[in-house]
Design a protein around this ligand. Structure first.
Ligand SMILES: Nc1ncnc2c1ncn2[C@@H]1O[C@H](COP(=O)(O)OP(=O)(O)OP(=O)(O)O)[C@@H](O)[C@H]1O
Ligand SMILES: [Mg+2]
Length: 456
């Protein structure tokens, strides 16, 4: 019998495309015992559980949130999980092979243990010797950190249930095996069973758990996706174009915001937080080139300067190409249509390529105005004024609308010496009287008209 690993639909024959959810290559064989087990009717039986607890008596939610957070001291990591870990939190941390998951986890384990919380690092990929060598290289010394090299899920469960640990790290969940499982090794069903057993045992012991898992670059291995609902927090490591930089992104968080990112640099002593992301994202910019615009965007509560580049070239195709990397393609089409209508720039016969640098993507509406400027700048082959930044949302009628937190954006720009600020009029009214902005050269706009004035 064959079952779809995405939706669970079953079929007697193997088929390339699931008849229920239409996903390709998702059918996998389940063995007869499992199929039989699934077919059994659920039997209900009488049981006893402890009575429910009245919420107001049991815990003061305020105190719980504020006092019980475990701050690791690795600033970028604490930011990504939303100001520290919660005791008993389960976290899935995914990333491509070799990106630095084990390094970060060992560093985090070291920091948690340094706070006197008994922590166990279980490696299913490396031998104990290799683990110790890595810990030595990363200079991790703590009386409360325990290392173990295990592969079998029963051994792992024994360690979890008999150790009284505050946090356990499983590196990686895909390498944990079950000797008597009905599911094939490495299958999605097997992975789900193992993760379920481990997270349930940790929940019983109120022990936090980190599940490390691999994802491939093309996302073809959908395994970790199926584990996301079992855990409190999901973190993914993205690598940027520059090899030594990694971005830790939060995709789900039951105890904090998912907007925050952490930026790290890999070095011999492990992963180090990047103190000034704006300088990193704009470091290799060629000032004075047409098509390049710097914009301050918000990632959670932090503002970062990023570079947008556009290239406008003639098209010889009936439908001109529009390619966008790190930015929504729909946004590029809308902004170019408004530019054509309001500025008279003939873009309908041009190919437009847009790219955000540094391997990050921007979803914010504030990117509209700098995007319009970079397209106009490339079209006219004219660069922007020096030390220039822009932010603002563009409406379909050509109006420029205000965006959130202009103060943080301008402060970040000033830190890096960008003193010419093109911004929506409403945002200008918010910040014009603020202290510390006296040296800023503001260019407030309320309509997408004559923005080519800012090109030189
Ligand atoms: N001595 C060293 N100096 C600098 N960087 C190192 C050193 N040793 C390892 N690295 C870096 O660490 C990275 C591997 O880190 P790590 O083993 O934590 O990754 P991982 O995501 O756990 O990999 P895997 O998926 O194979 O388990 C390598 O890509 C390398 O760049
Ligand atoms: Mg590893």
């Amino acid at each position: 019998m064959f079952k779809c690993k995405n939706c669970g639909a079953s079929s007697l024959k193997w088929v390339g495309k699931c008849p229920e959810c239409n996903s390709y290559n998702a059918m996998e064989e389940v063995f007869a015992v499992e199929a039989e087990h699934a077919a059994k009717v659920v039997k209900f039986k009488k049981t006893h559980v402890s009575p429910p607890v009245l919420s107001t008596v049991a815990l003061d939610v305020q105190n719980y949130n504020l006092q019980n957070r475990i701050v690791t001291g690795i600033k970028e990591f604490d930011v990504s999980v939303g100001s520290g870990l919660v005791p008993g939190q389960s976290i899935l941390i995914g990333g491509e092979p070799g990106i630095g998951k084990s390094t970060l986890m060992l560093q985090v384990a070291g920091k948690i243990a340094a706070k006197g919380i008994k922590t166990l690092y279980i490696s299913a990929e490396e031998s104990l010797n290799q683990l110790i060598l890595r810990a030595k290289r990363l200079k991790i010394e703590s009386e409360a950190l325990f290392l173990q090299a295990l592969n079998d899920v029963n051994e792992v469960l024994y360690s979890v249930l008999n150790g009284d640990y505050g946090f356990i790290i499983i590196d990686s969940i895909q390498r944990i095996t079950v000797s008597d499982s009905v599911s094939a090794y490495g299958s999605i069903n097997g992975l789900r069973e193992i993760a379920h057993e481990i997270t349930s045992s940790c929940l019983k012991k109120n022990c936090g758990v980190f599940l490390v898992c691999h994802v491939t670059k093309d996302g073809s291995f959908a395994g970790p996706k199926t584990l996301e609902h079992m855990v409190d927090t999901v973190l993914y490591f993205d690598s940027s174009k520059k090899d030594s930089y990694r971005i830790l992104r939060c995709y789900k968080n039951r105890f904090g915001s998912t907007d925050e990112i952490g930026i790290y640099e890999m070095s011999e002593n492990g992963l180090k937080g990047v103190k000034n992301p704006s300088a990193y994202f704009t470091s290799e910019r060629q000032a004075g080139s047409p098509g390049s615009v710097i914009t301050p965007c918000l990632e959670g509560t932090r503002a970062m300067l990023v570079e947008i580049q556009a290239l406008v070239v003639p098209s010889y195709m009936p439908v001109p190409k529009r390619v966008a990397l790190g930015i929504d393609g729909g946004r590029v089409s809308i902004v170019s249509a408004v530019l054509e209508k309001k500025e008279g720039i003939k873009l309908s016969s041009k190919e437009i390529y847009v790219k955000i640098f540094g391997g990050i993507s921007i979803q914010e509406p504030s990117v509209d105005l700098p995007l319009a400027l970079s397209i106009a700048s490339s079209y006219m082959e004219k660069p922007l004024m020096p030390n220039f930044i822009a932010f603002g949302e563009v409406g379909l009628t050509g109006e420029i609308r205000g965006v959130a937190n202009p103060e943080a954006r301008i402060k970040e720009a000033l830190n890096l010496g960008f003193g010419n600020v093109l911004l929506p009029l409403s945002n200008f009214n918010e910040v014009k009287d603020l202290k510390g902005f006296s040296g800023v050269n503001f260019h407030p706009v309320s309509k997408l008209k004559k923005i080519i004035e800012y090109l030189i």
